[in-house]
Ligand binder design. Sequence first.
Ligand code: DGL
Length: 262
Amino acid sequence: MSRPVLLFDSGIGGLTVLREARVLMPERSFVYVADDAGFPYGGWEEEALKSRLLTLFKDLLHRFDPEIAVVACNTAFTLAGADLRAAFPGTVFVGTVPAIKPAAERTRSGLISVLATPGTVKRAYTRDLIQSFASQCHVRLVGSARLASMAEAYIRGETLADAEVLTEIRDCFHEKEGARTDIVVLACTHYPFLVNVFRRLAPWPVDWLDPAEAIARQARRLVPPLDRLKADSRPDRVVFTSDAPDFATQRLVQGFGLSPLV
Ligand code: DGL
């Protein structure tokens, strides 16, 4: 039996990455882990979140012995990516960081916004990315304490008030000397679920940069393809750290073809 691909997020945001990973790795089986007991990560104090992640991964890597671990969460990886790699040198990690480099390469106006959790916005890692790859651009960091939870509600079928979403994204839109923001980096894996709402409410059209496909491509590069006869036919599985996801969430992950691990 081949080893699974582990995909981790604080909640259901990593499903946006799972979607792409399945396209590129159809022969692999996945274990999706949502740390819903710790959700949302955005407001956690850094040391506490780091030690939670190290403890969780110790258990997950032991339990599932994955071929690769994809941390599909900017808030977690920008904080603890280096510590996870150092603590578990036998595991290959693929991380998620704000797509500042591709945004800087693509922008025409030179005005970029990074929409993320408050945690990701204040990380040294994020500042370093800007300094290394986007020093010629004007980068605006927009932290939202509410959007990840709003995305969870939306994907579970609840209605969001336009005005409330607009309040969270408004600061992404910036005009300077006749130029306007033309790229908004979706630096939280929950946000692509809301991208159609963002598009509809945006004061002007921008590119909403979703890194999911790039993360999946990186994982594909690091996971050896299995030949068809050895393809892993086990159903994809899901773990909630709360052990008690609500009914709407259970239905959602079922719709994604994930079976609860018992
Ligand atoms: N999906 C996570 C990310 O990419 C964050 C959501 C949260 O827990 O606040 O940053």
